[in-house]
Design a protein around this ligand. Structure first.
Ligand SMILES: [Zn+2]
Length: 257
């Protein structure tokens, strides 16, 4: 092989390798198509259910997000399903659950997922006195950071936050933006807080995704019906040609990690 050919081959192969790393034990996996660095400077608030804008996603690109965990009966099943398909997602943790199940939060991180924050005890923050709401957000972040990284600090390693019940207000949104914390809403959800069978939930979320075409998908890893339908959901996304985008903190200069 000549030197110039070797260099040309590297240039061609590198982006493909980043995109389509082989999935151990599952050659037909859905996989994770690409990383998307997300920072508060360019996208402080995303998700059209709540805000006027969302992430810069292409056609049929989805970001998968899971709220309210970790939970011992369901989160491991969700993680197993994601791992089997080599899909990377984002978890928004409830600090109270992290305090009870810290090893599960660490498993999410260890398996490459992004781990963001969702308050300590899941109250509707827009109805609380501002100082109390801020303290509740910070307590959740500190609890999550302690479990994940061994440091009880309220400056989050992954500066992603989602409001419980999407109950934000202008003051809290401004406060988070000043701290460079990205607020995630969603573009589509499974309504998995309502009782339904896994099959019903699968049909519902697929029909809603088909309607919007791309966006941030909200699911709950504490819900048994969601954990149960996830393997079939991921297979169906693959069959229908959807692609998974993994959001990571923009960090210094917009580089992932
Ligand atoms: Zn929630």
């Amino acid at each position: 092989m000549t030197r110039s050919f070797a260099i040309a081959a590297l240039v061609v192969i590198a982006p493909l390798a980043a995109r389509a790393a082989p999935c151990p034990g599952n050659p037909d996996a859905l996989g994770t198509e690409r990383l998307l660095a997300v920072g508060a400077n360019s996208t402080p608030r995303v998700g059209r259910k709540e805000f006027p804008v969302t992430l810069p996603l292409g056609k049929k690109e989805l970001v998968l997000t899971f709220d309210d965990g970790p939970w011992p009966t369901t989160t491991p099943k969700v993680l197993d399903a994601l791992k089997h398909e080599c899909v990377l997602a984002t978890f928004f943790l409830v600090g109270r659950n992290v305090a009870a199940h810290p090893a599960l939060a660490r498993r999410e991180l260890a398996e490459g997922h992004s781990v963001g924050h969702h308050s300590f005890s899941h109250p509707l923050l827009n109805r609380m006195a501002p100082a109390k709401a801020e303290a509740e957000i910070d307590r959740g972040i500190a609890q999550d950071e302690f479990a994940l990284y061994g440091r009880r600090r309220n400056d989050p390693t992954t500066p992603f936050f989602r409001f419980p019940g999407f109950a934000s207000n202008g003051m809290l949104l401004d406060w988070l933006q000043e701290r460079h914390i990205v607020v995630f809403g969603a573009d589509v959800w499974a309504s998995d807080w309502l009782p339904m069978t896994p099959a019903q939930e699968l049909q519902l979320i697929l029909s809603r995704i088909e309607r919007i075409g791309s966006g941030i998908v909200l699911l709950h890893d504490i819900k048994a019906q969601t954990a149960a339908m996830l393997p079939a959901f991921l297979r169906e996304l693959k069959r229908r040609g959807y692609r998974i985008v993994h959001v990571v903190p923009a960090g210094n200069g917009g580089n992932p990690h």
